[in-house]
Every structure is written in C-alpha cells, then in structure tokens.
Design a protein. Structure first.
Length: 545
C-alpha cells in the first residue's frame, strides 16, 4: 500500500500488459504437502494419486495462484479494494524507455553527490521488473503434489487489504516512534502518535526493539481494554519482568505455574476452588486484604500516620532537604522534604524500621545510573529478608503474608524481594486477538495505557490541560468522576494502594498545617515542571532546577 500510494494509481509504466505473479496463498491450505511430519514421510511420498513414483522429498516446488496478472492491473486492484478507484481514461501511460533514461540520470546524480552511499527510490532495475513478463510454471507442483490453488487473486487482494487496513487504521503507518526516542522521552512519543493521527485518540501502535506496543489514550477505549481482560495476559508480562530482574525460573514457576498447596494462606482457608490456584493468586488476595479490606486498611493507615508524625519533628528533618539552617528555623526544599517524609514513612510502615536501619550506602548516596540504584536497592532487600523474623516483627501484614507464602513454595530471598519490588505494573500482553475502536490487536503484542495522555485531554480538562491547576476540580467537581480521570489505572492494573496513597497525602498536608509554622520564601520558589521524559509508575518527578 505504501508503494502504491507513492506511485499513484493513474500511472502506467510501459504498455502495462506484462504478466507476473503477485500473491502466494496460505501454504497451510495444501494439506498433503505442508502438514507432514518426519514420521509420516514414507506415507506422504506415495500418498497422492498419480504420484507414486515421482520423487518429492528434497525437491523444490514453486507455489502460486497460477493466475498471472499484468503488474499495473494488480496495483489498481489493490487501490480499488482499499477504496481508491481510478477511471481508465485517467490513466497516464509513460514509455518504459523514457523512465529508463530518467532512472539512469538519477542514478548518476546519486553516484556523484553521495559517493555511492545512497540509491534513488526508482532505479533501472525496478524499471526492468515493472516492464517484463515474470511468472512461474507450477506444473511440477500440480503433477507431483496434486496441488491446486485455493484462493483467487481477487479474493486474495480483498482479504489482504482488509487485514492491512484493520491493523493500520485505514492504511496509515502505525509504526511511529522508535526505541531511542522512547527512552529519551516516552511521553512525547505517546503524544506524537496521538497527534500524528489527527488527535482522534484512536488506538495506535509503536515498535520498541521489534516488539509491537499498542497505545490506548481514549478513555472509552481504556474501558473496553479493561473489560476485555480475558483476552489479556497480565501475568505473562510480569513473568518476563521477574526473569529479567534476576528471579530464578524455579521461583517464577513457583509463583505462576504450580498449585500453591503449601501456602499457609491456602492451608488456613482450604477452599475447594483454590486447590489448583498458583501462588500469584494468593499473593493478590494478600495485597488486596492489606490495602482494601477495612480492618487492615485502617490499621495500616494509623501506622503510616504515626511514622509520618515521627519524621515531621524539627530535629528529624534531614540535612539533604535543608537549604538554610538556624536554631529556630529551617528553610527546606518543599519537594525534597515531602518526598523524603512520605517515602520513609511508607517504607517503614510496610517493612518496619529494620529496613531503614540497614547500614548501606544506598540510603546515603543516590546515583544517576538507574541500574546501579536498582542493584543497590536489591542488595538492601536481600539483607532484609535474610534477617531473622523477630528483628523485623513490625512489618505490615502484607509483607509477612507474602514472605510466608513464598517461602513455603520454595522461593529464595532474592525471589521474594524482587517480586515485592515489582508489585504493580500497567502493561499487559494480548493473549488472543481482539478489536478496540476498529483496530485488531494482534496476539503477543503489548498494551500500555499511559494515564497522563487521558489526563491531558483538552476536550475534557479545558484548553490548557497540562497546566497545574487543581482549582479546575473545584470549579467542576464532575471532572473527578470523568472516565478520563484515571490516576490509579483500572481493572487488573487498578492500584490496590489508591486509598492509602490518598490518605497519606491528605494526612501529610493536615499534619504540616497543624504542627509547623510555614511560609513561602519570596522569590525563591515556584511550582516545578514535571519531568515527562522519564517513564515512571508512580508520582512523576520534577525537572531539575
């Protein structure tokens, strides 16, 4: 389709009557040829009537539709099938000799000015193949294999064009962006893709390292995606992440594959429907019980508030957030202070104070290299899970429950800490093809729902959706109920910690206003710009400076 769009359907090179083969049918339709295993080889050699003494093993066969078409008739048929027909009187016939001369001159210019490093789009070789007969005799396949074409040229064109349009949204090139651009600024790639297709917010695809990634930015299609959860394989995506993060294959199998019959959670509740459930099923139940069940949630909220108040003491404000210091007053970076307080309070509430008490350089220095930080954090976690349980007894129910179940199924300390570090992700893998907004999502591809793209929809949030303006929710309370407002994802990726995140943020603001005399230092601060270039799964960081 791209070539036909470039050439146009109203041009014919040469007389236009040169025959050629253009479509090869699905080979699997040839039952007696393709569906042969090595065990059936002897039978297959003599299976077809009339071919008993004709050698077929080790032979090469040409398979076509056995219906050669003129090249330009074929291109116009493809255009017509795609909805771009052209009348016969509108066709321009260009002499092949003239185009051969044009191609020669163009090649000479390229040879001179690019030092033979590039070739033009149209060459003498292409001119040749567009203006000669080139089709194949398939009588050997007919005689020896009993082969007969199953799909006509017309049907083949219709099916191929229909499939192509379905996966590229009316023939547009959906492969926008690439890996390097994604790494540099993922959010820009998502926005570029959305605008590339006229800001219709239809699903589109990008390719990262050879892997197709479908991007869903429309709230309506986000809902459709979450409703089609039976066609998505969320666990398969997590498995790949765990393996790449150094979890052993035995550990991954223990989490996702085999029934967790040794799980304390299963033994304490031996429900008949649970006997075939893997460990991941019980892990999800434990996580939801911690953050969603009323009793455990309230208990955890009280712990978080207590840990947070402890860190709001004047003498507990760390030096790295302080800009100026005196006996009775400290000028701090609000961003750094909030980040430190919330992260430490949440970490101590989940793992207990023992996690932060580990004497490790990770808590003292922070490196720009992401992998270095990940490795250092993993070493801290290893040390934590190797400590005796009585030294970390103040960990929350979730950490204790997950560790207990995973150890019972044979997971190592590294397996446990890596799984906990990768609790929530917002990408799924397509298990079976399904359709969203007229686009058929192919199996084995990935789906990502970048929440920020639904949050900067000007049709929902106004003319300047990227501007930090919390007052818009006060002016229009319905915005908080909009399907475009999904700060915590949905369905399988619906963040179970959404309630505790909300209460922690509100609790911090209330505690600061109640306990601390605060003032804005004039001329020294402003609302920071968000760093949208770096992909993240939680709160986006601010741009440095």
């Amino acid at each position: 389709m791209k070539v036909i769009d470039a050439i146009g359907s109203a041009l014919v090179l040469g007389g236009g009557g040169f025959l050629g083969h253009h479509i090869v049918q699905k080979l699997l339709d040839s039952k007696d040829v393709i569906r042969v295993t090595i065990l059936d080889l002897e039978t297959a050699l003599y299976k077809i009537e009339g071919a008993k003494y004709m050698k077929i093993d080790g032979e090469a066969f040409v398979i076509t539709n056995d219906d050669p078409w003129p090249f330009w008739d074929f291109t116009r048929a493809v255009r017509t099938a795609a909805g771009y027909s052209v009348k016969k009187e509108e066709i321009w016939v260009i002499p092949a000799g003239l185009m051969w001369t044009v191609a020669l001159v163009t090649e000479c210019f390229y040879w001179l000015f690019t030092i033979r490093t590039k070739q033009p789009q149209f060459t003498r070789a292409k001119n040749k193949y567009m203006t000669i007969h080139r089709y194949f005799d398939i009588s050997k396949a007919k005689t020896r294999l009993g082969y007969a074409p199953q799909v006509s040229i017309e049907d083949g064109i219709q099916k191929t064009v229909k499939w192509y349009v379905s996966i590229t949204k009316e023939g547009k090139d959906s492969m926008v962006g690439h890996t390097i651009c994604f790494v540099r600024n993922a959010d820009a790639i998502f926005e570029q893709g959305r605008l590339y297709f006229g800001n219709t917010q239809e699903p589109f695809a990008i390719v990262l390292g050879g892997q197709t990634l479908y991007v869903i930015t429309n709230a309506r299609y986000v809902n459709s995606t979450f409703r089609n959860i039976q066609d998505l394989a969320f666990d398969d995506f997590v498995k790949g992440l765990l393996i790449r993060s150094a979890v052993s294959r035995n550990g991954v199998n223990a989490i996702f594959e085999k029934p967790a019959l040794n799980s304390p959670h299963f033994k304490s509740h031996p429900h008949a429907d649970w006997k075939d459930k893997p460990l991941s099923y019980f892990c999800k139940r434990i996580i939801r019980a911690q953050f969603i069940s009323v009793d455990e949630l309230h208990k955890f909220q009280k712990t978080v508030v207590k840990k947070m108040h402890k860190r709001l003491s004047f003498d507990r404000i760390p030096a790295h957030v302080v800009i100026e210091n005196s006996k009775d007053e400290k000028i701090v970076s609000l961003q750094a202070w909030v980040r430190h307080t919330l992260l430490e309070a949440m970490t101590a509430s989940m793992y207990g104070e023992a996690f932060l008490d580990i004497d490790h350089p990770f808590f003292k220095t922070y490196h720009k290299n992401m992998l270095d930080n990940k490795n250092k954090l993993q070493k801290v976690s290893d040390q934590y899970f190797e400590m005796p349980p009585d030294q970390r007894a103040d960990a929350c129910m979730m950490i204790k429950g997950l560790e207990s179940d995973m150890r019972a199924e044979g997971n190592t300390a590294r397996d446990i800490n890596t799984y906990l570090l990768l609790l929530c992700w917002v990408a799924c893998e397509v298990a079976y093809p399904f359709t969203i907004g007229g686009l058929t999502l192919q199996s084995s591809a990935r789906i990502v729902v970048p929440s920020r793209q639904t949050l900067i929809d000007a049709q929902v949030f106004g003319a300047r959706p990227k501007l930090f303006d919390p007052a818009r929710f006060l002016a229009d309370p319905a915005l908080a109920r909009s399907p475009s407002f999904r700060p915590f994802g949905g369905n399988v990726s619906y963040c179970p910690g959404r309630f505790i995140a909300q209460s922690e943020a509100v609790g911090f603001v209330a505690a600061v206003l109640a306990r601390v005399d605060i003032a804005v230092v004039e001329g020294k601060g402003k609302v920071p710009n968000v760093n949208v270039a770096k992909p993240c799964l939680g709160v986006m960081e601010a741009v440095a400076g």
